[in-house]
Design a protein around this ligand. Sequence first.
Ligand SMILES: [Zn+2]
Length: 304
Amino acid sequence: MSCTRLCLSVLAVAITICLTMTPAAQAGQPDKVHESDRKPSPRFSFGIVADVQYADKPDRPPRLYRASLERLRDCVTELNRHRLDFTVQLGDLIDGNDGPEKSRQDLERVLGEFARLDARLYHVVGNHCLNAGREALLDKLTLTRPYYDFVPERVSGWRMIVLDGNDAGYGVLGEEQTAWLKETLDKARRRNERVILFNHFALIKKAASRHRMKNPEPIRSIIRQSGCVVAYFAGHDHAGGHAEDGGIQHVTFQGMVESARKNAYAIVDVFDDRIEVRGFGTVPCRTFHLKNLNRRVRQDAPRS
Ligand SMILES: [Zn+2]
């Protein structure tokens, strides 16, 4: 090849490269993605199931005890189709049967269905669950304590708190747990974390018109004063509901056992500015815009 032909070939290749590069790439910068092209993904996502309340006993319409197991099977299959950071079951896995032994057998079957779940499962203790016996229940759920907190793996700036609403009787929080809740929220606030609470029982009537905590105080005032709680998720009142209280979103999820030929569960997507609930069956799809957070809490750290 002559020198001239070689020079022309190199020039042609150089021109082709230049024409195919964007101005940003020519300047040695990565391509800028248009704002409209970028769909933000949630900080984290989780599955949520309330009141499976399975029992191997005759139905008491609208509660279809035996059908609940099949609904749970379908729910686990669907949840496994999504990328979830964890799943929370909001209590009342079983209804209770003739004696603790039969109730424990029901519990085994429910946990057997949940065992297929890919995402890590966190348990909330419900009043009906106690029919299996408190000690046996905690053992089966592998809980050393029925109230606890956790930070989802690979998520920063968010803390989940699980309460035991049966601590000092039906719908009453004991003194020790109340003090622990206050301490845990203080710790979260100091770390600029936002908090989502989970309890079997709703707190306020607007969010659960029929059944809720017998003694909603002191939880209600503690979480309102904390300045870091964005949402409070509950079950127990199978009709479900929603209310906002002091900027906190109170969501009561529909019960699986009582969802009239449909299922009832959800996937929750958590963003910086909102929580999106993707409902299945009787659970409605909703978006809750987060409010009432001080600036320090709003500017949380990116997901690590
Ligand atoms: Zn209940």
